[in-house]
Design a protein around this ligand. Structure first.
Ligand code: COA
Ligand code: AMP
Length: 636
């Protein structure tokens, strides 16, 4: 591998301290850190200890001060509502200062948590940055989650205040957020003191006297107010983002302040190859880590213009929407999930709509969130005629673990591989006993500690869970919970999760969490939820339920109720639409449900009869039920 990537990676290996201190120079510090890494703090050390800074200052104020005030910071493009709005860095600063003043008036101060439950509108980003300005810790909750998921997050974070909107808009329906929030607050043990609501033209909601306040009124009255950025320690939390764990209780991934900025700034230059002033678009949602890192923080830290897109890759209004946005706003680099491209390809297999737009300024497509299947990459390359770059990362890391760094000069692309480890990550593949495996052999993908800047230092209020989930199994390493292998050239291939997390349309969901919801149905004796292959969403969940003896109701009736239960308890984003009543579940003699075997049967993969199976006949029954429901694929 002869490239500047190899030199940069080697440079980091030889002198990690010097490498990260150099990168830290691209951030404004109120007080500079004494050193890059302090191994004596936190579970595995902390980054930029002694540094004092503020993320909002680095994302906004310093660009205005440097003469970037008139450049667009955000371009809001909402084909679903038919609206567009460009917001300059100076305008963004004014709105953030107004909203930060409002939050401060409501008593929000450094360290307080604020839950943000909003659709893809500029005000959501203003709210995130206003929290950062005050040193308050935001926790954004994706709009597709149900009230109980929201309640869990309000409780765990003990949010002082919630910022929300009257509605989100999905194709063909308006999602009223306020009833969901009201239900969540009713169910949560912890009660936020205030709720600030952005009333949208598409749907107005009732405000509860004394608790709820109107965003536009408060911000309007505070326009012109100045409020300084609160100095915070590099190690202070910027946000908590909840992500699926292996139980129904989500994990609160903590992001620190200094390391996060240093890592993201480096990534914009070196991975995505962007220059300040260019337009960057991450077609995701602020409810996910991709949205946090690459709709909000990284592009603004780097002085780019970021697109805030409220729509879908198809149907808003057609499969040419992405190309229209790229052409109209001169997007240099797009980042999205492969599923979006599978959806576009389904509607426009020849990519005919691409020809309608001038994409001459478009340089590269980056894909992440799920495995980028070579077929989808080939198609995207063919229709877009730009490099299509897979990269692998997780909510926990906040930025790329392995990728192909365009800013350092692209390495040859190997289809099916997100390429190579980024500086900061010593990625290794080990067997279950913790021994390294030879090239080409599948194993547990782990990262030697310490993790680089930007990665989670801990889980919110759950230090022990952090240790048990990530550090305990392979001492000295961070467990990614992905299985994969490294080839002879050092390219990594990520093949599957080693836990019960599934990836549905690029959204990370826990089948364990769904099982907890399903088992709440009074007629369900036991259940299993597995992820099965789906040609568009990558994976979708499928549930198997055993009904209590003596229940007289029809299978169809119970199946419908279970589907509704998961939608109500987890949310529509789970895409839980397939459930089957079975007589028994296949188990080992020790009582473990054979989910992996069931998944192989569903996907038509080869499978072996597990030696420890209790009753082999059950697998035939299960296969029959799957065939009846049209989900068991034939394996030849
Ligand atoms: N608020 C409320 N509901 C939401 C929502 C939100 N923010 N986002 C999604 N939902 C709902 C949808 O309306 C849908 O409900 P339905 O069952 O009533 O139809 C359900 O959740 C599933 O949504 P989605 O995953 O968007 O599936 P889809 O079939 O509507 O669209 C794609 C499929 C591929 C077009 C869509 O998943 C997509 O655009 N993916 C892009 C990838 C992405 O953003 N990944 C994020 C990580 S990078
Ligand atoms: P999330 O935390 O939602 O970003 O999901 C992280 C998980 O998504 C990873 O652990 C992988 O299982 C999967 N994933 C993300 N990006 C990729 C990729 N490029 N290739 C393969 N799997 C990926």
């Amino acid at each position: 591998m002869h490239s500047s990537y190899a030199e940069v990676y080697k440079g980091w290996r030889e002198d990690p301290e010097g490498f990260w201190m150099d990168q830290a120079a691209s951030i404004d510090w109120f007080e500079a850190p004494h050193k890059a890494f302090d191994p004596d703090q936190g579970a595995y050390g902390r980054w930029f200890v002694g540094g004092v800074t503020n993320t909002c200052h680095n994302c906004v104020d310093r660009h205005v001060a440097a003469g970037r005030g008139d450049q667009a910071a955000l371009i809001y493009d909402s084909p679903i509502t038919g609206s567009k709005r460009s917001i300059s860095y100076a305008e963004l600063l004014a709105e953030i200062e107004a909203f930060a003043s409002v939050l401060a008036d409501k008593g929000v101060a450094k360290g307080d948590r604020v839950v943000i439950y909003m659709p893809m509108v500029p005000e959501a980003i203003v709210a995130m940055l206003a929290c950062a300005r005050l040193g308050a810790v935001h926790s954004v909750v994706f709009g597709g989650f149900a009230a109980s998921e929201l309640a869990t997050r309000i409780d765990d974070s003990k949010a002082k205040l919630v910022v929300t909107a009257s509605c989100g808009i999905e194709p063909g329906r308006i999602v009223a957020y306020k009833p969901l929030l009201d239900a969540a607050i009713e169910h949560s043990h912890h009660k936020p003191e205030a709720v600030i609501v952005l009333q949208r033209a598409q749907h107005h909601c009732e405000l509860i006297e004394g608790r709820d306040f109107d965003y536009a009124e408060l911000v309007g009255a505070s326009m012109g107010r100045k409020i300084a950025c609160t100095p915070v320690a590099a190690t202070d939390p910027l946000y908590v983002l909840y992500t699926s764990g292996t139980t129904g209780q989500p994990k609160g991934v903590v992001r620190d302040t200094g390391g996060h900025m240093v890592a993201l700034e480096w990534s914009m230059r070196s991975i995505y190859g962007l220059k300040p002033g260019e337009v960057f678009w991450a077609a995701s949602d602020i409810g996910w880590v991709v949205g946090h890192s690459y709709i909000v923080y990284a592009p603004l830290l780097h002085g780019n213009t970021t697109i805030v897109f409220e729509g879908k890759p198809v149907g808003t209004p057609d499969a040419g929407t992405f190309w229209r946005v790229i052409a109209e706003h001169d997007v240099a680099v797009l980042f999205t999930a492969p599923t979006a491209f599978r959806a576009i390809r389904k509607e426009d297999p020849e990519g005919a709509l691409v020809g309608k737009y001038d994409l001459s300024g478009f340089r590269a497509l980056f894909l992440a969130g799920e495995r980028a299947d070579p077929d989808t990459i080939h198609w995207a390359e063919r229709v877009l005629k730009v490099p299509v770059i897979d990269h692998w990362w997780q909510t926990e890391t906040g930025w790329t673990i392995a990728g192909n760094p365009m800013g350092l000069g692209l390495l040859p692309i190997k289809y099916g591989s997100p390429a190579v480890a980024m500086p900061g990550y010593d990625v290794q593949v080990i067997d279950d006993a913790g021994h390294p495996v030879p090239a080409g052999t599948l194993g547990n993908v782990v990262v030697k500690l310490p993790l680089p800047p930007g990665c989670l230092p801990t889980l919110w209020n759950a230090e022990e869970r952090f240790h048990n989930a990530y550090l305990a199994e392979f001492p000295g390493y961070y467990k990614t919970a992905d299985a994969g292998f490294v080839d002879e050239d050092g390219y990594l291939f990520i093949m599957a999760r080693t836990d019960d997390i599934i990836n549905v349309a690029g959204h990370r969901l826990s089948t364990g969490g769904m099982e907890e919801a399903v088992s709440n149905h009074p007629d369900v004796a036991e259940c299993a939820v597995i992820g099965i292959a789906d040609s568009m969403k990558g994976q979708i969940p499928a549930g198997f339920i055993v009904v209590n003896s003596g229940v007289e109701r029809s299978d169809e009736e119970i199946e419908k109720e279970v589907i509704k239960l998961v939608r109500d308890q987890i949310g529509p984003v789970a895409a839980f639409k397939t459930v089957m009543v079975v007589k028994r579940l296949p188990k080992t003699r020790s009582g473990k449900i054979l989910r992996a075997t069931m998944q192989k049967i569903a996907d038509g993969e080869s499978w072996k009869m597990p030696a420890t199976i209790d009753d082999p006949g059950i697998l035939d029954e299960i296969r029959e039920v799957m065939t009846k429901h049209g989900i068991a694929r034939k394996h030849d």
